[in-house]
Design a protein around this ligand. Sequence first.
Ligand SMILES: Nc1ncnc2c1ncn2[C@@H]1O[C@H](COP(=O)(O)OP(=O)(O)OP(=O)(O)O)[C@@H](O)[C@H]1O
Length: 600
Amino acid sequence: MSAINVRSTAIGLGLAVAACVAVPALLSSYWIYLAITAVVSGVIMQSYGVIVGRAGVMSLCQWSFAAIGAWVVMRLNLSDAPGGFLLWLLLGGLAAVPVGVAIGLPALRIRGVNLAVITFGFAVSADLVLNVNQFPGTSELKTVVRPSMFATNGRYFILAVIVFTVLAIGLALLNRTRLGMSWLELRHSERAAAAHGISVARSKLAAFAISAFIAGIGGGLLAGQLGLVVSSNFSMGQSLAMFAMAILIGPHNIEGAIMGGVMGAIMATIMDKLKLPQDLGGMLFGVLAIFALRSGISQTDMVRARKRERAARGLLDKVKDATGPADPAPAVTQAVTPAVTPVAATGEPCLAVRDLTVRFGRVVALDSVDLTVPAGSVVGLIGPNGAGKSTFIATVTGFVSGYEGAVELDGRSIDKLTPSVRARRGLRRTFQTTVIAPELTQYEYLTIGAGRRLAKAEADELLDFFGCPPGEVPVSIVDVGTRRLLDVAAAIAARPKVALLDEPAAGQSAAESLLLGRRLAQVPERFGVSILLVEHDMELVRAACSQVTVLDFGHVIASGPTEAVLEDPAVMAAYLGTAEVPGTETGAETGAEPVAEPTA
Ligand SMILES: Nc1ncnc2c1ncn2[C@@H]1O[C@H](COP(=O)(O)OP(=O)(O)OP(=O)(O)O)[C@@H](O)[C@H]1O
């Protein structure tokens, strides 16, 4: 379903071959040298692409990782280590990995600007160390010995292009894996990633490790280009300028890495020719990057998004022409998904929550709550605003730590598990505020949710069942209500034991909401997934749930078969007390969910 784009790969390889033929044959030695600089900068740009572009981590020390690669190459060159330049290059990249992981460790707890400060601190320290200790071989003037095949600058350009291309293909393949896609999700919401079973810690460390490896390779290539490198080749200013350029251009897209490399090389030359300090170029990129940060999207992402959306709109038009209007009218709705009586909950409890108490300071959000979801059933959890429903979901799925009580999944305690481990054990959730990376297609999002390779037919069935557009359509052009359905589909795609859905019908019309209720009623039998449903729309609850538990001010005030509970005077009073009568649809977004930070 998510194969690498063969046409783009063929074009890219064709361009690489053309450059390898044309540059050494047609350009003067000065321009060949500049072309090597552009490709080497492009390699280091690819490292920014992983950590900044893809994972959204503000790393300001990529050139320090490059310096490690260069240092290893020069050290091995000085001692005439066996294996030659290509092996040294690889070892230089590998040597940067543990340092990348070490720098990544604070990133597990720290984000944003604070993390940028830490990486900047490392860049400053590396700068100081390199200023005091020269690179190996510089005092002996022992220049790096290139492989004999790539000894001349013309040939070295070809080697640099090969390295760039191999890395680009490797990254393109990696981006299609769950790890690569998880970086995009991390960038938008660590909580959503954890809810999909993604280990936030592992994904972030992998991003640091891989980006450090690539930067290390780039540094080694630079050592091979220059013969001897000095600390100023890896200055903080360089790191900052490249970071700014990465924000502006988006080097996680191949064309962004190439543009970044070329601009880096040309900018240095222009500054040199104008006899201006190099840092001025960095400042210029910094100013432009501020605009990119404000708009929240890089130039290449913007161009790609426009192209993708144009193609998706064309596809949607075709679907509309073939099937008529997209919106399901109530009559159609009833024909497509007839009402089924929610199956009475008779299975063994697959989720059992006992005596759950959660306090936020002096607020007791949940007070000794007992709730069971039998296997094969849809259970409703309702209550007025502020009753504790979202807190219940957040606590059971591990996003609120320090609670009292016991949570068991299939008879086994999960109290000590992190959100991502609970998700992998079979407990998936959706959020009241849906955050989905807009760059993803719906297919890709379902793959992230599923946590496994998803056959196209299976993905299509899920999208069709929940009334989402075709899988190729990017999330960016899917409306908010449909994104919620997509979120539900992604939770079900994982085939968890229980899916906990937090107001999935918000943003839907009354007809769509009822349709969703009927669909949810079928989920246990059709997909083998039990559901705990938090909703305000009582028609939806009636259509979907065989039993309901009602919370009010953190207490369970009623629990049992749906109709009996909804007619309970205590339940009516609880709703009337908040001016919300069962049967009316609120469907209101309540903004960010007020729960504690994930413990993943
Ligand atoms: N992180 C938090 N810090 C402090 N108080 C919180 C926090 N999260 C929830 N609360 C409080 O806990 C109570 C329950 O909130 P919760 O969001 O779980 O209710 P809810 O039933 O989901 O409401 P709604 O239907 O509006 O979504 C509220 O009084 C809320 O203000």
